[in-house]
Write a protein that binds this ligand. Structure first.
Ligand code: NAD
Length: 245
């Protein structure tokens, strides 16, 4: 590890040591080291060849008009059911376990924070692990969706099944938003990582932080880098994995 990065990790260690109400705010970059592509990195989904950009496919209108095409992309790229938590997910779970972290607020829909053992996870954009029939409300797990040929339909009533994820054009759950605002407002250290901070309203939540210490751990620049007390342009699994709690 290069000298400069090591120095920044030492500074992060000091901030973690002196904090009791850490909140982590993250996105797709947290799971790239688990093998799930993000949207905006060079090897992310925006740079792959599809008939439509991901934002179009993952919109409510597209889902309702072309469910087969939506599911072709979704089953292939969003349902990574064999992925395992990486060092970042695991360290955040350990921070909560040791009573230092109050919440993980995530834009991810992959369930990896919970798989790593985190309990207070606020999923702003829902989860691929929950799916419901749009007609009768019956619940279906992710393997049922992954195994479906074409669009998955309800085995009870034949209705179309929709994942419990927030598609573009859809609103966020108000209770999750308010709980996120509360946790961020009460935090003494806000660690932001693996997110381009380009998706709203999620990215706007960090404005509710009242403290001094914002840490940004991201491979590429974000619009909020200038507000960071500590900016670590590295891989989040490597950085958080090096912290002791
Ligand atoms: P994004 O793709 O816009 O940005 C990811 C950011 O993470 C980039 O700035 C990139 O430089 C950085 N990054 C990538 N790997 C990293 C690593 N190992 N360490 C540190 N930084 C890394 O992602 P976003 O901001 O979360 O917004 C995209 C939207 O797409 C979100 O709403 C999210 O719900 C959804 N999404 C989720 C998943 C998932 O659940 N794993 C995957 C793709 C997209």
């Amino acid at each position: 590890m290069e000298e400069e990065l090591r120095g920044k990790i030492e500074k992060l260690q000091e901030l973690v040591d002196e904090s009791r109400r850490i909140v982590f705010f993250g996105g797709a970059g947290v799971s790239t080291e688990s093998g799930i592509p993000d949207f905006r990195s060079v090897d992310g989904l925006y740079h792959m060849k599809y008939d439509y950009p991901p934002e179009t496919i993952l919109s409510h209108t597209f889902f309702m008009r072309k469910p087969e095409e939506f599911y072709r992309f979704y089953q292939d790229k969003m349902l990574c059911l064999d992925a395992e938590p990486n060092a970042a997910h695991k360290k955040l779970a350990e921070m909560e376990e040791k009573g230092k972290l109050t919440a993980v607020i995530t834009q991810n829909i992959d369930g990896l924070h919970q798989k790593a053992g985190s309990r207070h996870v606020l999923e702003l954009h829902g989860s691929v692990l929950r799916n419901y029939c749009m007609k009768c409300g019956k619940f279906f797990d992710a393997p049922y969706i992954k195994a479906a040929a074409g669009k998955p339909v309800c085995d009870a009533c034949g209705g179309l099944i929709k994942p419990d994820v927030v598609l573009y054009e859809e609103g966020l759950d108000q209770s999750i938003l308010s709980e996120s605002v509360r946790c961020i407002a009460e935090a003494d250290l806000l660690i932001i990582g693996g997110t381009s901070l380009a998706v709203y309203p999620a990215a706007g939540l960090i404005d509710y932080f009242n403290g001094e210490n914002i840490v940004v751990i991201n491979k590429s620049p974000t619009p909020r880098d200038k507000f960071a007390k500590l900016l670590i342009p590295g891989k989040i699994g490597e950085v958080l994995g090096a912290i002791t709690v």
